[in-house]
Design a protein around this ligand. Structure first.
Ligand code: HEM
Length: 135
């Protein structure tokens, strides 16, 4: 327990910017090589450099760290942004599959890995749902 009484800050638990960069690198490496992810890999640009940076910055904010995405790119409404892509159950599950396997190889506590999978399933499902509703 540190002096502010919080040893469960998700940004710290994820290894801050360096840890989240490793996580996102593993995530996109999975998207490149998993046959299950082909359906969503095709939606992404050939060069994933910018995609890596954007997801890394975004996740820093999601996990309670600095809001780097907003600082660099401005506000974003995640479901609105993703409504340009056809995202149903298969695409949501493919995204989560890459993420789950990326989380699995990080040096995180088992309980934090579980937390992170559950935490990221929330926006992934929200994106799918808004897409389905066509709003
Ligand atoms: C549900 C399945 C998802 C699919 C199929 C998907 C797919 C995509 C695609 C094709 C892009 C555009 C290419 C790019 O800029 O990299 C993108 C951008 C992005 N995605 Fe997702 N995504 C999903 C879920 C998520 C989730 C759960 C998050 C955050 C927790 C997220 C965060 C982002 C961000 C921050 C961007 C960049 C937005 C921008 O260019 O301004 N995505 N996504």
């Amino acid at each position: 327990m540190n002096e502010d009484g919080n040893d469960m800050n998700p940004y710290r638990a994820s290894g801050e910017l360096a840890g989240i960069t490793s996580l996102v690198d593993a995530f996109y490496a999975n998207m490149d090589r998993f046959p299950e992810a082909r359906v969503i890999r095709k939606m992404h640009p050939e060069d994933l450099t910018e995609s890596r940076k954007k997801l890394t910055y975004f996740l820093c904010g999601v996990l309670g760290g600095p809001r780097l995405f907003i600082e660099h790119y401005g506000e974003i409404n995640l479901p609105d942004f993703h409504s340009q892509f056809p995202i149903g159950y298969d695409e949501r599950d493919a995204w989560m599959y890459c993420m789950q396997h990326a989380i699995a190889v990080q040096p995180y506590e088992a309980s934090f890995k579980e937390y992170l999978v559950a935490r990221l399933h929330i926006p992934a499902e929200r994106i799918r749902l808004v897409n389905e509703m066509g709003i």
